[in-house]
Design a protein around this ligand. Structure first.
Ligand code: HEM
Length: 107
């Protein structure tokens, strides 16, 4: 099995709704918001239902970047938006983001 196949199978599995378990992206944002007051401040005015859909859509761009090294328009816009010129997301928050993502997969 190639890395791509393993990723695809895993991504499909985590998105299968199961009983009363919340969706993958909902669980991810719960974990992420719990992880730091800084994160809660940044999302204090955010409609999290919209945010979950945006992240889900941008995941495709992240995966294709990993697979091919190509930066598409979605990823370019996301990077610009998170940069020091706009949201000014502190780099350490990306480590936290990734840790929360891995924890959510594990759960
Ligand atoms: C690779 C990791 C990340 C991806 C793929 C990502 C993706 C996105 C996307 C797609 C949006 C919506 C953009 C739009 O409205 O057009 C967004 C908005 C946002 N992201 Fe991220 N993000 C990442 C990391 C982070 C981190 C580490 C933080 C830090 C807390 C963060 C905070 C925010 C905030 C505050 C917004 C704006 C929310 C609003 O509109 O109120 N993001 N992100």
């Amino acid at each position: 099995m190639s890395f791509d196949d393993i990723f695809d199978a895993s991504f499909r599995r985590v998105q299968v709704p199961s009983g009363k378990r919340v969706s993958f992206f909902e669980a991810f944002y719960r974990n992420f918001l719990m992880s730091s007051p800084q994160v809660r401040v940044l999302f204090r005015n955010t409609d999290m239902a919209v945010q979950r859909r945006m992240l889900k859509k941008s995941f495709f761009s992240l995966v294709s970047f990993y697979a091919s090294g190509t930066v598409d328009d979605v990823l370019r816009k996301t990077a610009e938006m998170h940069s020091a010129r706009q949201l000014n997301i502190d780099p350490y928050l990306y480590d936290l983001w990734l840790e929360c993502l891995i924890d959510t997969v594990r759960e």
